[in-house]
Design a protein around this ligand. Structure first.
Ligand SMILES: [Zn+2]
Length: 345
């Protein structure tokens, strides 16, 4: 469709398949292949061109020496592995630049009013990448580059990042944990990889109170996530009044995911999106962008992505209600107790 302020932008590019993690690695090129039909756009969807992030843009959150280390995997250090989970191929650096830049292209389109919101379907994912270190399938922290870009390029003062990936986004938390200009909120299986994300991790220094962790035991599904969003995430997000909402949208909390122990369905991801769109509508002129993080069951990625896009483009299906009673109320009570030091929850 013709881009309008109300339409939904999509970034996806066949070149995201070029990062080769080797046989048997769960973070594989097929994760993008199952989504490539979205590149055609659609009635409510506008396909946007990806572009590589520049070195200067990556340096918004990454150390120059670390960026050079990743760049070296394209030539001097072929097939280098940063850790057992995070191998590279000669195409990995270019693909990682295109992943971060894909989000920036979407953010420009939203900020300039070409589209109202959108989703960047990229790989490699980003939220485990630290300022000076790759880890957990991640090379550059795409969402962190995006959040910092919104502040530097567009002068935004409050950016909300909600990370519903199965895993805690240690990199994103650490990059912003002393900084009240980015509120980082994460739901994750806990204890689990990468080990961080305890509810007592609330940010440090000027950033104290601007990191919100919701660690969940395995077995949580739509009812538990809804309780978390209703009691904790939405109230805090409304009080923060973000000028932009970013979603680290992994789909590995899906009930069919092979790596995770959660039971979220497509409808659950839709419900979370709807809450965050409400926050964006109330404070950010509707400005919201999701970026793919994890998710390793191909049909779960595809079906969940389509449901989230339906929400973003307001052609949403009804969300099932009532859900079964939440089994996470005791955990959420404890999280609320921690957060009451900073927020009305
Ligand atoms: Zn994950």
């Amino acid at each position: 469709m013709t881009p309008t302020a109300g339409s939904t932008g999509i970034v996806i590019d066949p070149r995201y398949q070029a990062h080769d993690t080797g046989a048997g690695h769960p973070e594989r090129p097929e994760r993008i292949k199952v989504l490539l039909s979205l590149a055609a756009g659609g009635e409510h969807l506008v396909s946007l061109a990806a572009r590589p992030a520049t070195g200067e843009e990556l340096a918004l959150v990454h150390d120059g020496a670390y960026i050079a280390d990743v760049a070296a995997t394209a030539r001097e250090r072929p097939w280098f592995a940063f850790d057992a989970d995070t191998p590279t191929s000669p195409q990995s650096y270019d693909t990682a630049c295109l992943a971060a830049g894909g989000l920036l292209a979407l953010l420009d389109a939203v900020m300039q009013g070409t589209v109202g919101n959108g989703f960047a379907f990229v790989r490699p994912p980003g939220h485990h990448a630290e300022r000076h270190r790759a880890m957990g399938f991640c090379l550059f922290n795409n969402v962190a580059v995006g959040a910092e870009y919104l502040r530097r390029r567009y002068g935004l003062e409050r950016v909300l990042v909600v990370d519903w990936d199965l895993h805690h986004g240690n990199g994103t938390q650490h990059i912003f944990e002393t900084d009240p200009g980015v509120l980082y909120v994460s739901t994750h299986q806990y204890p689990y990889y990468p080990g961080t994300g305890a509810m007592e991790e609330v940010g440090r220094g000027d950033g104290e109170g601007f990191t919100v962790n919701l660690p969940f035991p395995a077995g949580c599904g739509d009812a538990e996530y809804r309780e978390a969003f209703t009691r904790i995430i939405e109230p805090i997000a409304q009080q923060y009044a973000p000028q932009f909402v970013l979603i680290s949208a992994g789909f590995d909390a899906h009930t069919r995911d092979p790596l995770g122990g959660m039971e979220v369905t497509e409808a659950g991801f839709a419900a979370m999106t709807r809450v965050l769109l409400g926050v964006a509508a109330a404070h950010a002129g509707g400005r919201c962008a999701a970026i793919l993080e994890g998710g390793y069951d191909l049909t779960a990625i595809r079906d969940s992505s389509h449901r989230v896009l339906d929400e973003l483009s307001r052609v949403a299906a009804p969300i099932p209600d009532p859900l079964p009673p939440s089994r996470a109320t005791a955990v959420i009570d404890r999280i609320a107790h921690v957060q009451r030091r900073y927020w009305k929850v």
